[in-house]
Unconditional design. Sequence first.
Length: 52
Amino acid sequence: MTTDSIAPSYRLLVLLAAFTTLRFGKLAALRRRDVDLEALAVTEALSSCAGG
């Protein structure tokens, strides 16, 4: 399988899942502002639960 066979809108998500230790929930919560392609860095936004 090559990355050419992955739809462009999902390509980064699939590559991040393959090469990072992020769980699906963290990957699904990522936004464009969390990914810096020039620096090859991903920053996780912290989330909190009320009452938890």
